[in-house]
Design a protein around this ligand. Structure first.
Ligand code: AMP
Ligand code: ZN
Length: 471
């Protein structure tokens, strides 16, 4: 029996907000396209990966179990996603040549770094992170099934291709219907007799001159296509059905369109209920790219002394479906907010005031309702800021509320990092310092900063106010 979750998300395929349903009544089955491990994940990739964590946390907060699978693409992702041309090279192999390492060593190196990033950002771990290179048999089985169901054919070059015309609803996710996908521009199709139709794609690629990362198969030595790995892993590890599929907006086409054709082709059902796509992240107004030299990593934030969780807060301050322009200034402000919330939380919980259960429940309901409405994290954060300032809500109630909602936000608000309750004199000095700074009385402001330092309290200026931590 299926279980509705009351969580609604925008589904790219139906272009509507759809309720997440636990189709087997036991655990929400989620698949999130994982990293191609030939380089460090940049903050944009992390924004997309956060989506899976947010859904898992929200489901948990509402009392539901989930099972997340996130693949590791260590083979088959070619430099050019749109072509099956022989010029295109596997991203991992190309990087291995550059770093003069074995492709598997490259893949493991960046996979390890990916896991470090996830841990820094407190992402809920997936149940399994299957590697493509270790799932070859799963993919070969799926390809055999597609061949037997006439959704695939063996080309003259001994590669196996998906027959896109055999799948009538091709294009349902992206709107790129086959009749509109004429050869040209992106499909710079060369009729070399290998595949029968320009929009077909390789499920299994004949090794040709390639000597590394190749496997035996019923069709000869070769390697899998990138699209087929996600179908094979999702269906295998999630038992034939995906309640929610997550990825960045660029994967909508051709990756997810092709994945849908493959998965539906073998299951003869709609294999995925909801297709969730996160919009892209820009940095300081520009697309991040190696050639522009503006790729920002989580390690860069940490090096500048920011709490990695400041990135979480920044991401959640923008709707996941909006393109977002991340700036150092925004990261700095988020870092200060998290510190302030941690301090406030410690202060509030020292208070002996009573918890108002009704107020707490009503505030919680409001926040969970925002989150359940297409993950409206910005709206929920505005509410948190209002609650923070609302003296009519008892301090203990506020402490309790922040503690509960942080199970979703994951900002470490209850972490007891270098925090203590301020004495009355210290509170007074901090207030005076804030006023002096606002009045641009820098001499007095510096004097008060020193006085606080002597009490082991370090004042940190932020663009709009000040925060502090214990040293
Ligand atoms: P990749 O490692 O390149 O396969 O990408 C991993 C994930 O990051 C995919 O879901 C991409 O759609 C996503 N992604 C790539 N670039 C960005 C970006 N600038 N902002 C947000 N997500 C991105
Ligand atoms: Zn994928």
């Amino acid at each position: 029996m299926s279980t509705p979750t009351g969580i609604f998300l925008f589904d790219t395929q139906s272009r509507t907000q759809k309720e997440l349903i636990i189709s087997d009544g036991s655990a929400l089955r989620i698949y999130c396209c994982g990293p191609t491990v030939y380089r460090d994940a940049h903050v944009g990739n992390l924004r997309t990966f956060l989506l899976a964590d947010l859904v898992l946390r929200l489901a948990k907060l509402k009392g539901f179990d989930s099972r997340l699978i996130q693949n590791i693409t260590d083979v088959g992702h070619m430099g050019n996603d749109f072509e099956d041309d022989s010029e295109s090279e596997d991203k991992v192999i190309a990087q291995a040549k550059q770093e003069k390492l074995n492709p598997f060593d490259i893949a493991r190196k960046y996979e390890e770094k990916f896991h470090q990033d996830l841990a820094h950002l407190r992402f809920t771990p997936a149940a399994v992170y299957p590697r493509a290179s270790e799932s070859i048999l799963l993919m070969q089985n799926l390809i055999s099934e597609l061949l037997s169901k006439n959704h695939a054919y063996i080309g003259k070059d001994k590669s196996v291709y998906f027959d896109s015309q055999s799948f009538a609803s091709y294009g349902a996710i992206s709107g790129n219907r086959l009749d509109a996908l004429k050869p040209g521009h992106r499909y710079d199709y060369v009729d070399d007799g290998k595949k029968l139709f320009h929009a077909d794609w390789a499920l299994w690629k004949a090794a040709g001159s390639r000597t590394s990362m190749i496997w035996e198969s019923p069709w000869g030595e070769g390697f899998p296509g990138w699209h087929v790995e996600c179908s094979a892993m999702a269906l295998h590890y999630l038992d034939g059905h995906v309640d929610l599929h997550i990825g960045g907006i660029d994967l909508r086409f051709p990756h997810h369109e092709n994945e849908r054709a493959q998965s539906n082709g073998v299951t003869a059902t709609e294999a995925v209920d909801v297709w969730l796509h996160g919009e892209h992240l820009l940095f300081e107004g520009r697309k991040m790219s190696k050639s522009a030299g503006n790729v920002v990593l989580l390690a860069d934030l940490i090096e500048r002394g920011f709490d990695p969780l400041a990135l979480r807060l920044c991401f959640m301050e923008t709707k996941y479906r909006s393109q977002m322009d991340l700036t150092w200034k925004a990261i700095e402000a988020a870092d200060a907010t998290i510190k302030r919330w941690r301090n406030k939380y410690q202060e509030w919980r020292q208070d002996v005031s009573h918890v108002d259960p009704e107020a707490l429940q009503s505030l919680l309901r409001g926040i969970i309702s925002d989150l359940s409405t297409d993950l409206d994290t910005p709206k929920a954060i505005i509410k948190l800021r209002e609650i923070e300032r609302d003296e009519s809500i008892s301090r203990t109630t506020r402490a309790n509320l922040f503690e509960i909602v942080d199970q979703f936000f994951g900002l470490g608000i209850t972490d007891n990092r270098s925090i203590r309750v301020l004495g009355a004199e210290e509170e007074k000095l901090l207030n005076e310092r804030e006023i002096a700074r606002a009045q641009r009385d820098f001499a007095k402001s510096d004097e008060l900063r020193e006085a606080l330092l002597a009490r082991k309290i370090k004042v940190i200026d932020t663009p709009t106010s000040q925060t502090w931590e214990v040293i």
